[in-house]
Structure formats: C-alpha cells, structure tokens
Unconditional design. Structure first.
Length: 98
C-alpha cells in the first residue's frame, strides 16, 4: 500500500495566512501622522539615544487622532501609536548610525 497524503489547498492557504504577522489597524496611518508632525516636535533620537519623553509625547498625540478616527479604546489607540512611534525611532536611530 502506498502512503499518500491529501492536501486541501483552501485549508493550506488559510493556515499560511494565519501564520503571517498581522499589522494592527491604523499602524501606517499613525506612522504617517507622526512623521508629518514630528518636524514641530523634538526628535525621537538624540545623539544615537532614544528620547523616551519625545516618543511618548508623539505617541499620545497620535493616539488622540487615531482614537477619534477609529472609535477605538484608549488602550488600543495608544498600543498602535506606540508601536508606530517606536518603529520610526528605531529607523531614525539606524539611519543616524550610518
């Protein structure tokens, strides 16, 4: 008897999609807002070190906009915008290191 294994493509594709990292809703919009308004605020990275106060200030300002736009809870909005702000800060630190 030969050993065969059946493969259901629909199931396999759903499993592949479930394994992908999901971006929180509004993450890219939050990054865009933070980038657009960061020129008016303090930089997120100073001399190669993260300015945590500036990061928090930018995240809170973006969270207010995000919460009004999406009607999400404060915790969800702050979570999304902190992820976005830290992503921008890490990119800025990497760019300044080169």
């Amino acid at each position: 008897m030969s050993a065969t294994r059946s493969l259901y493509w629909a199931t396999a594709m759903k499993e592949i999609q479930a394994d992908r990292v999901k971006r929180p809703a509004g993450l890219l919009a939050a990054q865009g807002f933070i980038q657009a308004t960061s020129a008016k605020r303090r930089p997120l990275v100073v001399n190669g070190a993260y300015d945590r106060a500036a990061i928090m200030t930018a995240a809170v300002a973006a969270a207010r906009v995000h919460q009004n736009r999406t009607s999400s809870t404060w915790q969800e909005a702050l979570s999304v915008t902190l992820k976005a702000t830290w992503g921008l800060a890490k990119a800025a630190r990497a760019a300044s290191a080169h």
